[in-house]
Structure formats: structure tokens, C-alpha cells
Design a protein around this ligand. Structure first.
Ligand code: NAD
Length: 485
């Protein structure tokens, strides 16, 4: 098997296996080949990982931020040196084209390790001068053992986006990747160890939702950070609430992308491509409801179809000339094809695509619908595949109301050359991450996350520090104590 790891789990600084765990396979989505066989974590493995994380955390937190940061930054360097090999694993794990993984996955993980490694030595509390010479200060403390649970679309990135701020703040982590993409996080754990991370500080265990459930409800766990769908988010949030655990929820979306008639046509089409077809549409923040000003729609749709027809290169994702890969799994492909059928049945006009490709693997042609209305299923539910819906609009107030009429609030975007309108529109969006004349970029320096049903908390940037640490307040009395009796 092409990508068989040494063992299923990485606990306390070493690979461990327990063949009593339910077996599962990692499948290369481009041809259905089994590339690795693994086992779900048994209760013994779950316990071992949490014990290791609990035992390792105090000494890790007691190190200086500069020392912790140095290890994270060393790990970033190793990731960059191994970018090619890590990208191949990410491609085998997810089916995303190597052309993409070479620039978007280990590199993004390395950015997070480097950024939070740099911040680790700068984390401080505050000082407060109080009446009569009393004063107070806060100590920024780690939370303890944090659990990370990942989705399958960006396994390396998610492992690093959660691990880096957690570790920078002095926490330890048990990370459970998606059962669909179990490989990449193990490499992150290996690299952290090689960079000098003490054993037990970052552990990876495998399994489906049941294993995640055991982690969330364990009394040793202080915080849960999930990337996944809204239905899973509801369950995980509720389970974490039982123990009043801290949470970060990075969930799904159905984000609006508004294109006004004065936009630069090719930029708007490029933005909509990035918002719908990168990673074959398997991106949480995708702008899948593309509202196009009616007078501009025909030109927009024509150019979109032309660019997809001429530009998309489908094929083996390991071939660097290929820029468009399959769905991650047969299950996901079936879900997406089901939505396409619904779009047709509910009266949307298919402009291109709409079918499974006739090659091996789980490929779906890039699909564009026009004439989509707000009530159609494809305009309301997250599809998580390469399906773009064009909705017409005539005026700004109308489109804003329609754009916000969703339970989700992950991202939103606008293309226009009118500066005032651009800022007015983003001020009106009910969404956590907004774009003006750009879409779907998420550099580590800026906060990323959703509002409404799309999430709680933020990843990346200094904001992530707030979500992986808490202030301890210390009041210092400088005067005699006054008491009523
Ligand atoms: P999913 O919700 O099915 O699974 C996510 C993770 O949760 C998996 O590791 C799964 O094993 C685990 N899980 C499932 N049930 C659980 C339970 N009861 N308790 C604990 N853990 C449980 O999501 P997916 O299909 O892997 O990923 C796609 C979804 O993730 C989409 O909705 C997408 O929008 C979302 N996503 C969000 C972001 C973001 O940053 N907001 C990023 C990527 C993906």
C-alpha cells in the first residue's frame, strides 16, 4: 500500500497500534485504490493518548514561550523542506491535485507553526492600577489538554491550525483526523517530535465520530476545537457543554458572493472560480450562492463556462499538470450528484457540467446552474462540491436581504469597483469572514471563522490565542484590609 503509515496512532512520541480497533481504509479518490489500512482507536488508545497529554502538559507550559516557539518554528522549517513528500501524502489522502497541495497544505501548516511559534514568546497578561495604590495583573494561562477534531478537506492544515496556537499557549493536544483522511496528521506529529517537541504534547489518534465523542466528554479535556459540518457541530458543542469545556467550532456554510455590474469581468469570474471549484468545491467558506446583477449575468455566465471548458484539466491528481481532482470519496460524490439532480428537478438551468466524469475515481464535472432562486435546495443547503449557483438581482438592498437570509454565516464576498458600495456591503453582511474583490484566501495573520450556525470562535491570528488560553486575575492589596465588623 502506497501510503501505509508505521501504525495507526501517534501517542506519547511514538507510533502505536491496537489491532482490536475497528479496521478502516484510506482510499485514493482518483481511482479507488486502497492506499493504507488503519484501525480505530480502542478505549485503551484513547486513554493512553489522554494520559500522555495530561502528563506532558505542565512541563510544556512551564517552558518559556520562546523555547516553545523555537520548537514550533523548527517544525515549520522541516515541513517546508519536506513539502513535496507531504504534498504527495495529502494528495493520496484527499485526492486534491498535487498542483494545489504543493502550495496550499503543508505550506499553510508551516505558516501556522511559524506564526504561532513567533507569537509564543510574546504572550503576556495585563497590569491594572487600582484605587489607593492597590493593583492587579493577569497571567495568561494554558487551558490544559485540548482536543482537535478535523474534517477531510484540509487534513494537514487543520492539524496545524489547531495544534500550533494550542501548543504556543502551553497546552497539549489529542488530535483526531477525519476517518476519510487519516494520513497527514500523523506526519505533523512525526515532524513536531523531530523538531524537539516533548513526548505526549501532540498526539494523533484515529477513528470515526464515536472516538471523537469519547474524547470530548473525558474529564481530562479542557477544550474542544472542531472543524466539521453544522450537524456534527451541534452534537459536539452540546457534549462539550456538559463539562463546560471551551469550544471552537469551524463549521459549514452557504456563503453569498455578490457581483455588481461594474465589476471587472475576469476578476469576478476568477473570484467565483476560487469560490466554487478550488479543491473541487470542497471548501467550507465557498461562495456558492453567486448573486450576479441581472444586466451582467449573461456576460458572466458565458465567460465562466468558457474558462471552465478551456481551463479545467482533470486527471490523476499526482500529475502536476492536473488542476482539478475528484470528490474525496464515493459518499461525497453521491451526495453532490444528488444535489445536482435536485437542481435540475427544481427548475435551475444547467449551463455546464452536471455529471460524473467517465474516468475512474470520484470525479464530477464543474457544474454551473443559472436561474437559481432563493427557495431551491441548491441555494439553501451546503453541497460541498463543484456546484455554482447563479442568482439574478436588481438592486443592492434587495440582494443584501437575500444574501443574509440563511442560517449560515461563515463567509461572504463582493465584487465591484465602487469603493463606497464595497464597504457598505461588507458592513451589512452577517458573516465572519468577508472579501472585497477577492475570495477564499485565508492567510494565518487574519482571523478566520463563522458567525450564526457556521461557528463559534476564530482560528488563526492573535484571535486564536484568546481561544487557547485564559487570563488568571491576581488582585494585589497594598493597604490594610477594611472589614465591616
Ligand atoms: P463531519 O462533520 O462529518 O466530520 C467532522 C469530524 O467530526 C470528523 O473527524 C468526524 O469523525 C467527527 N465527528 C463526527 N461525529 C462526531 C461526534 N458525534 N462527536 C465527535 N466527533 C464527531 O464533516 P466532514 O464531512 O468531515 O467535513 C465537511 C464539513 O466540514 C463541511 O460541512 C464543511 O463546511 C466543514 N468544514 C468547515 C471548515 C471551517 O473552517 N469552517 C473547514 C473545513 C470543513
Amino acid at each position: 500500500m502506497r501510503a501505509q503509515p508505521t501504525a495507526s496512532h501517534f501517542v506519547n512520541g511514538r507510533y502505536v497500534e491496537d489491532t482490536a480497533g475497528d479496521p478502516f481504509e484510506c482510499v485514493y479518490a482518483a481511482n479507488g485504490e486502497v492506499v493504507a489500512k488503519l484501525h480505530e482507536a480502542t478505549d485503551a488508545i484513547v486513554n493512553e493518548a489522554l494520559e500522555a497529554a495530561k502528563a506532558a502538559q505542565p512541563a510544556w507550559a512551564a517552558m518559556s514561550g520562546t523555547e516553545r516557539g523555537r520548537i514550533l518554528r523548527r517544525a515549520a522549517d522541516i515541513m517546508r523542506e519536506r513539502n513535496h513528500d507531504l504534498s504527495v501524502i495529502e494528495t493520496l489522502d484527499t485526492g486534491k491535485p498535487l498542483q494545489e497541495t504543493l502550495v496550499a497544505d503543508a505550506t499553510s501548516g508551516a505558516d501556522a507553526l511559524e506564526y504561532f511559534g513567533g507569537l509564543a514568546g510574546t504572550l503576556t497578561g495585563e497590569h491594572f492600577q487600582l484605587a489607593g495604590g492597590d493593583w492587579a495583573y493577569t497571567i495568561r494561562e494554558a487551558l490544559g489538554v485540548c482536543v482537535g477534531i478535523g474534517a477531510w478537506n484540509y487534513p494537514t492544515q487543520i492539524a496545524c491550525w489547531k495544534g500550533s496556537p494550542a501548543l504556543a499557549c502551553g497546552n497539549s493536544m489529542v488530535f483526531k483526523p477525519s476517518e476519510t483522511t487519516p494520513l497527514s496528521a500523523l506526519k505533523v506529529a512525526e515532524i513536531l517530535k523531530e523538531a524537539g517537541l516533548p513526548d505526549g504534547v501532540y498526539n494523533v489518534i484515529q477513528g470515526r465520530g464515536g472516538v471523537g465523542g469519547k474524547l470530548i466528554t473525558d474529564r481530562r479535556v479542557a477544550k474542544v476545537s472542531l472543524t466539521g459540518s453544522v450537524p456534527t457541530g451541534r452534537k459536539v458543542y452540546a457534549a462539550a457543554a456538559e463539562g463546560l469545556r471551551h469550544v471552537t467550532m469551524e463549521l459549514g456554510g452557504k456563503s453569498p458572493l455578490i457581483i455588481f455590474g461594474d465589476a471587472d469581468l475576469d476578476n469576478a469570474v476568477s473570484g467565483a472560480i476560487m469560490a466554487n471549484f478550488y479543491s473541487s468545491g470542497q471548501v467550507c467558506s465557498n461562495g456558492t450562492r453567486v448573486f450576479v446583477e441581472r444586466s451582467f449575468r449573461e456576460a458572466f455566465v458565458d465567460r465562466m463556462v468558457e474558462r471552465l471548458t478551456k481551463g479545467v484539466v482533470m486527471g490523476d491528481p499526482l500529475d502536476e499538470a492536473v488542476n482539478y481532482g475528484p470528490m474525496v470519496s464515493q459518499t461525497q460524490m453521491d451526495i453532490v450528484l444528488g444535489y445536482i439532480e435536485k437542481g435540475v428537478a427544481e427548475g435551475a438551468k444547467l449551463e455546464c457540467g452536471g455529471r460524473r466524469s467517465n474516468r475512474d475515481g470520484y470525479f464530477i464535472e464543474p457544474t454551473v446552474f443559472s436561474g437559481v432562486t432563493d427557495d431551491m435546495t441548491i441555494a439553501r443547503e451546503e453541497i460541498f462540491g463543484p456546484v455554482l449557483s447563479v442568482l439574478d438581482f436588481d438592486d443592492e438592498a434587495e440582494v443584501m436581504a437575500r444574501a443574509n437570509d440563511t442560517e449560515f454565516g461563515l463567509a461572504a464576498g463582493v465584487f465591484t469597483q465602487d469603493l463606497t458600495r464595497a464597504h457598505r456591503v461588507v458592513a451589512g453582511f452577517h458573516a465572519g469572514t468577508c472579501y472585497i474583490n477577492q475570495y477564499n484566501l485565508a492567510p494565518v495573520e487574519i482571523p478566520f471563522g463563522g458567525s450564526k450556525m457556521s461557528g463559534v470562535g476564530r482560528e488563526n491570528s492573535k484571535a486564536a490565542i484568546q481561544h487557547f488560553s485564559e487570563p488568571k486575575t491576581v488582585y494585589v492589596g497594598m493597604n490594610d484590609v477594611e472589614a465591616p465588623f
